[in-house]
Design a protein around this ligand. Structure first.
Ligand code: GLN
Length: 192
């Protein structure tokens, strides 16, 4: 199975290594035409404003939307979760979301004290606590009725699946724990 990782900025290398360790063929996507034939695309964590600017420059917005309509699953982690939302709260007005997932995501939702932290998470379907690594993380403020909330932290939504889309506000690729990558490959890809 070929899966792409948007490789414009941020923690894309770690996702590529995790996906390959699970037997997928992972492509570092730097230009839109590299998404041809991909079963899924990971939008990594990083700085969503920087990624958004590069996406605009290289023409990724329409390309990702149309590939997704043709069946490419999408997983956004942290900054990636911000980018795939239909609305970003607390974003500069010029930050355009992809609008793939019917969700409102708030950038930098944790105050200074807690702006980066780790916490064990109960994540549905994967069995046992998952090490949550939150780095200047966003929060998912609301989701659609047809979305499945997979994980909450302190009562707030930190992971959600909507059809063939997954959003996590934390960084599974920085933990060495492959279970959410496996969940994406086995249950999100193809689930439209
Ligand atoms: N705070 C970052 C943003 O708004 C996201 C941080 C991350 O991806 N770790 O883009």
């Amino acid at each position: 199975m070929r899966v792409g990782v948007l490789a414009l900025q941020g923690a894309f290398r770690e996702h590529i290594l995790d996906l390959e360790a699970l037997g997928a063929s992972a492509v570092a996507v730097r230009m839109p035409d590299q998404m041809e034939g991909l079963a899924g695309l990971v939008l990594p964590g990083g700085e969503s404003t920087a990624i958004a600017k590069l996406m605009l420059t290289y023409g990724f917005y329409d390309a990702i939307r149309s590939r997704h309509e043709d069946g490419m699953a999408v997983w956004g982690t942290c900054a990636g979760a911000i980018l795939m939302a239909s609305r970003i709260s607390g974003a500069p007005a010029d930050q355009e979301p992809l609008g793939l997932m019917d969700a409102v995501v708030r950038r930098n939702a944790y105050g200074r004290q807690k702006d980066s932290f780790e916490a064990p998470l109960e994540f549905a379907h994967i069995g046992g606590p998952f090490p949550g690594v939150f780095i200047r993380a966003p929060l998912i403020e609301s989701v659609s009725d047809w979305a499945e909330v997979l994980c909450r932290h302190d009562g707030q939504i930190v992971a959600v699946r909507e059809r063939d889309m997954l959003a996590t506000t934390f960084h599974p690729e920085l933990t060495g724990d492959p279970r959410i990558h496996r969940y994406f490959l086995d249950h999100v890809i193809g689930a439209s």
